[in-house]
Each structure stands twice: as C-alpha cells, then as structure tokens.
Design a protein around this ligand. Structure first.
Ligand code: SF4
Ligand code: SF4
Length: 690
C-alpha cells in the first residue's frame, strides 16, 4: 500500500470515529411546551408565547401573570467558549426569584462529551430559588448559586451568567411593565413624537429671542429668530424608553458601564449653543448642565459619560451631541421623583449681567398603569455585575501572576539558554521541575491545557464573526495562546510542546520514570518514523474539514486529543476515554512522546508556523550525523534526521541536544578533540556513539 493510500485510510478512520462520536443526540426542546410542563396540574394556567424584543413570554393563572419566561440566547445572546449559542430557558417569579432553569442547547466541547447530563441538569436546575436582583459576587460569596460542573469551569460560568442575566432581564421588564407586561412587550416601539407627547422624553427649545431676553446686554447673541439651543433629556432606566431611543441590544451592551443604582440620563442637543461646551475636557465637569432633584443640585461629570453618534428613533431631530450620563444614587436621584435638567448659559464676560438658566423637567418613571415606579429601576443586562470575562480575569489574578512568572522564567531560559545547557545537572533539574509545574499546576490544578478545539473555535469565529469576549472568558488560555503565538516565531512549536503542554509533560515524565525503572526505549526506524509523523497533519486537516461542515462533530472528533481525559478531568471519565489515554501513555513509555510525534493535531497546527521561525539557535557540529549520531538517538522526539539535520517542525526545543553539544563527557567530537590534544596515543574515532 502506497503512502498516499495509507494517508487516506487514516483520514477515513478518523472520519468514521468522528461520525460514531457524533451520534450523541443534541438536546432540543420547545420553549412553550417546556414551560407549560412546569405548571402541569395547576388550574387555569395560560402560557403566552414569547413576544417583543427581546422576546419574553408570560404565564398567567386565572388571567393574572404569575411568571415570566424566555430563553437566554434570544434574551441576551448567550454564547459559550465554543463561540456557539448556549441556550437556557429561564422562568422568573414575580418576586424576582428563579422558578426554573433548563438547558435547551449547548455545543461546548467539554460538556458535549465528558460531563454527564445528570451533572449538567443538576447544575442548571440548582439555580431555582436564586434571587436575580443580588449581584453575582454576593451570590457566590453566600454560596447561593450551585458550584460549577467539575472540569468545566468556563462553560459553567457562561451558563451561570446566561441564567442570572436572563433572569434579571425578565424581572426588570416585568417590574417596569407591571400588570401590563404582555401588552407592553407586544406594543410597537413609540416614535419620537409619541415619546415627547407621553413625557418620557423632555424636549426644551431655547430660541434666540428667549436667550436675548434672559441675558440682556450679551453682545454675541445675534438679532433674529432661530434656535439658540435645543436639548432633549430622558431616563434610560425605563427600558421601553431605552429600547425606543437607542435600541435594546445597544443599550444592553452599554449598560454594564454604569452601576446598578445609577440613573442613566440621555442628553441630546443641537443649536448654536453647545450644552457640553469644551471646558469639561479639562475640568471633567459638565458645567453647562445642572441636575436638581429632591433638594440637591449638582453638575454631572465626564467620567460617567458614554457618547453616542445618534438616536435610533423615527422622527428625532438631527442632534449634534448625544450622550448618556450616569447619575449616582447618592445625589438623591429617585425614579419616582421628578428631575430638573438645566442648561446654564454664562455670558457674563460678553456683557450679560448674570448667567441664564433654561430648565427642563423629567417626570418620574411610571408603570403601565401610570403610577410612579418607586424602586430604583436597574438597567436590565447591565447590572452591578461586570461582564463574565472581566469577572474571570479578576478571579484569575493570582493564577495569572503565577503564569506570568512561569512564562518569564521560560522566556529567560530559552532566550539565554547558554548557562543552562552548559550544566547537565542544572538542566536536568530545571527541566524536570518545569515539566512538573506544567503538569501539576498548569494542567491538573489550573486546567490551562491548549487544545485544537480552541483553534477550531477561533477559525469558526473568523467565519461567523470574531468576538473577543468569547476568547477572554478563559484568561490563562488566552495568555498562553498569546505567549505561544509570539514564542513560535522564536522557537517554533517547541515553546509550547517542549515546555508548556501538560499532556506533553506527562508523557515525558512518565517516560523518564520508565527509563529509571529499566523500561527499554525504542528507537523507531527512520523510514517508519518519517511515514508516521504526517498522520498528525492528517488529523488536523480532518478536524478543520469537519468544523467547516459541523462544528459539533469536529469538537467530538477532537476527542482524538486525550487532554480532556488526562488533564482536565483527571482521568475521572468513562472507561473508553481512560483506556485511550492510558494506551497512549503506555506507548509513550517505550516510544518517548509517541502521541506528540504521530497523532497530536495541535502539535501539527503549531508545527506549520514553526517553518517560519525567525531564529535558528540550535547549534550543530559538522560531525553531527556523519561521525556521531548521539543526539539523533537521544532526541526526545527523533527530530534529528540520519544526516544530523534538525527538523524544525518536529523539534520540541527540549535543548537535550544542546546539552550534549556542550558536554565534554558526552559529545563524541569533543571527546575526540580532548583525546587528540591530550598527551599519549590518538584514539580511533567512535562513529555512532549513543
Ligand atoms: S504535540 Fe500535542 S501533546 Fe505533544 S506537547 Fe505538543 S501539543 Fe502537547
Ligand atoms: S533534542 Fe534537540 S532536536 Fe531534539 S527535540 Fe530537543 S532540541 Fe529539538
């Protein structure tokens, strides 16, 4: 059988394996039916389908709303680490507690194969009874939310985030709409004129005539009619107003910039006189705007400002300045009390006797029945909780510090490798200690194992729309990838494979232990070796091909990597997976890093750019491969060919050959040189040392 046919046979085997693994059925449920099932047996229940934007359904009993529901993907676009939707049905009680949560769909590699469906549904249903108004940090501190699924910390965090944010969104909308929830959700968006007529937007126009009258003597106010200044103000804590003016999705993206108890004030203006002016750039205070409520007067600050290009509502004037201002609750702003927003025009240096004030009054927020809403209406998705990725980075601060130290040590050791490779003992202890840290801390404790799955998710995101937030969800993985991307330019795939891969470290440490126990190392004949190593490229191509067709299938086929079993789940998994990982490790006892050499698609992916590495710092002697094959026979992955050349695609930069190169006790040409220069007879050459 020729080489090509062997390759295609292997590709077929991988595909068959992938199809077999893909036979796991994907969970799917009808939202309405799932909700109705929750209320089965209760009298007079009506479940109305989700309506509005974002869609929310209502459950009524005897005509009275008793719960609100929706699915997280539609409500807040929840996506997992795979970049694919994670969709959870969330049902919220009138007291803002979660009545039920149920996972509808997910495509997370770690959850698809590796975590039992029981563990997953126990985790999701564990959110019942959680009060969604509480900040996540408090819920976590109090242990009010279930612990994440073992081995799937990131995906568990995404699910938690989806449930709590969706729950909060439902509760806020229900709260804002009161009894009229269904009608409000279904209603068409009001246009500009309707918002102004209903008093939800207050518009104040100051003509030149009015300005002249208010500031007699001001020299720069021209005669004639026209608009001196026009400004509109609105409270965006009223979700229907936020939705109508800037769009719910845009608002949900911006809202996390503001604290939960802040009032988000929209100010839009046009005319000859700017309501912002320029002094705020230096002072940080909008001196032309004065806010007065419940007896307090203050100027908003630019620190709590978010600028917008325009309003997205039919019929709105073409405002030149649009901004959102966060007004802290400590200033006495209340949703059930009116707020005066005053434009202050100071033309005293132009001859006016005193500054003029042009106020606009914002009425309280009311519910559908027209009564003021007494409690602070928190912004829906943008609550006090920071975005999940930011929370993850904050939580991982300690681990990130450790990883930074580890990467700096590695960078130093590889960049200035001389002192290390000149001392065999030091090299041995350094490498063993480093690999132990990589395996135990980075892999088993921190779970930071790079995987071809992340690569597939990245390639997918280039097709479907790149989203940084998804990749930032796992801080250690993100930093590792960033370091490896840079390191590959210096040291090829070796910067990761040789030092930072927990499974690579496990194989090498086990092989070392085996050597000490007397297990005989097998050197694979070169002809066989060079025909086996392309298999990992085939595995990579198959995975990429599958991902273009069906990402879920590609993720399942990525089980060719034993990382999830051996590193992430600590071998606590179904026996076929454990057997597979153990088999690879067992082979690795005889053929060092056999998996890395022949099967690892991630190693293949890292080997491709290794071809373009800028530096070639591994030094060789003219005698290498001719008079001596010591390094070739001891190389960790047989990356040195019979004539002494190092294959950069295979080399894992372990530096073992460099230690040999400098070791006068080991390097055959050095030994020969020493003997030649030593007094006495010249010894014969040792052509194939080992
Ligand atoms: S080849 Fe694969 S398993 Fe081996 S060290 Fe590299 S990434 Fe890890
Ligand atoms: S022994 Fe040398 S050639 Fe072989 S993997 Fe290590 S650094 Fe690369």
């Amino acid at each position: 059988m020729g080489f090509r046919s062997r390759l295609s046979l292997f590709a077929k085997m991988i595909l068959a394996c992938a199809v077999f693994l893909a036979a796991v059925p994907a969970s799917a449920a009808d939202l309405g039916q799932a909700v109705a099932a929750l209320f089965e047996g209760q009298a007079d229940i009506a479940v109305s389908p989700p309506q509005g934007e974002p869609p929310m359904g209502v459950v009524s009993q005897a005509g009275k709303p008793i719960a609100w529901y929706g699915n997280s993907y539609a409500l807040m676009g929840s996506v997992g680490y795979s970049g694919k939707p994670i969709d959870v049905m969330v049902v919220v009680n009138p007291d803002a507690t979660i009545r039920a949560a149920q996972l509808l769909t997910q495509d997370e590699p770690i959850l698809t194969i590796g975590v039992s469906s029981d563990a997953l549904s126990t985790y999701v249903s564990g959110f019942s009874g959680v009060d969604v108004r509480q900040p996540v940090r408090e819920l976590l501190r109090e242990g009010a939310v279930p612990d994440g699924v073992a081995g799937a910390t990131i995906s568990s965090g995404v699910i938690r985030d989806a449930i709590l944010r969706s729950g909060r969104l439902l509760a806020d909308r229900a709260n804002a709409a009161g009894e009229g929830l269904v009608a409000a959700a279904a209603a068409a968006k009001p246009d500009w004129n309707a918002l102004v007529a209903e008093g939800r937007v207050t518009l104040r126009t100051v003509t030149f005539a009015e300005a002249r009258k208010a500031m007699p003597g001001a020299k720069t106010l021209p005669d004639g009619e026209g608009t001196f200044a026009e400004f509109a103000v609105a409270r965006l804590n009223d979700r229907t107003v936020a939705d109508a003016l800037i769009g719910a999705k845009r608002f949900d993206r911006i809202a996390p910039e503001f604290a939960a108890d802040e009032t988000i004030l929209l100010v839009a203006s046009r005319g000859a006189y700017s309501v912002k002016g320029t002094a705020w750039v230096k002072s940080g205070i909008f001196e032309r705007l004065e806010i007065c409520t419940t007896g307090k007067t203050f100027n908003p600050t630019s620190e709590r400002q978010h600028r917008l290009d325009q309003l997205h509502v039919d019929g709105a004037p073409a405002f030149k300045e649009v901004m959102l201002l966060g007004l802290p609750a400590s200033e006495g702003i209340r949703s059930d009390a009116p707020v005066d927003v005053t434009l202050v025009v100071d033309k005293t240096d132009e001859g006016a006797s005193a500054p003029a004030r042009f106020p606009a009054t914002l009425p309280p927020i009311t519910n559908a029945a027209g009564s003021p809403v007494a409690q602070q209406a928190t912004p829906p998705a943008g609550d006090a909780d920071e975005p999940l990725w930011r929370e993850n980075w904050r939580e991982a601060a300690g681990d990130l510090a450790l990883l930074t130290v580890m990467l700096m040590v590695l960078f130093g050791a590889l960049y200035v490798s001389g002192p290390l490779v000149r001392r065999r003992e030091l090299y041995y202890w350094f490498r063993t200690a480093f690999l132990l840290v990589t395996l135990v801390w980075l892999g088993w404790i921190a779970g930071a194992q790079l995987s071809v799955v992340q690569l597939i998710a990245f390639l997918q995101s280039l097709i479907t729309g790149f989203n940084w937030q998804v990749f930032l969800l796992a801080p250690l993985i993100f930093v590792l990838w960033a370091f490896v991307a840079l390191g590959v330019l210096f040291w090829g795939r070796g910067v990761y494979c040789g030092w930072l891969c927990p499974f690579g470290a496990l194989q090498e440490l086990l092989h070392q232990a085996g050597q000490r126990l007397g297990i005989k190392r097998i050197e694979v004949p070169w002809e066989v070796h060079e025909r086996l190593w392309p298999l990992k490229y085939v595995a990579l191509l198959v995975l990429i091909g599958l991902s273009l067709q069906d990402t879920g299938l590609a993720f399942r086929a990525a089980e060719v990597e034993p990382f999830k079993t051996a590193i992430i789940l600590h071998f606590l998994r179904g026996w076929p997976f454990v057997l597979y990982a153990a088999l690879l490790l067992g082979i690795g006892l005889f053929v060092e890093r056999a998996y890395c050499r022949y099967l690892c698609p991630l190693g293949a992916a890292l080997a491709i750019p290794s071809k373009f590495k800028i530096f070639d710092w591994l030094i060789r002697r003219p005698q290498c491969g001719r008079e001596c094959r010591l390094c070739a026979t001891t190389c960790t992955v047989q990356a040195i060919d019979p004539i002494g050349r190092i294959n950069p695609n295979e080399c894992i930069y372990c530096l073992k050959c460099q230690v040999n190169y400098h070791d006068a006790e080991t390097c055959v040409p050095l030994k020969m040189r020493a003997r030649r220069t030593a007094p006495g007879p010249v010894p014969a050459a040792e052509p194939h040392g080992n």
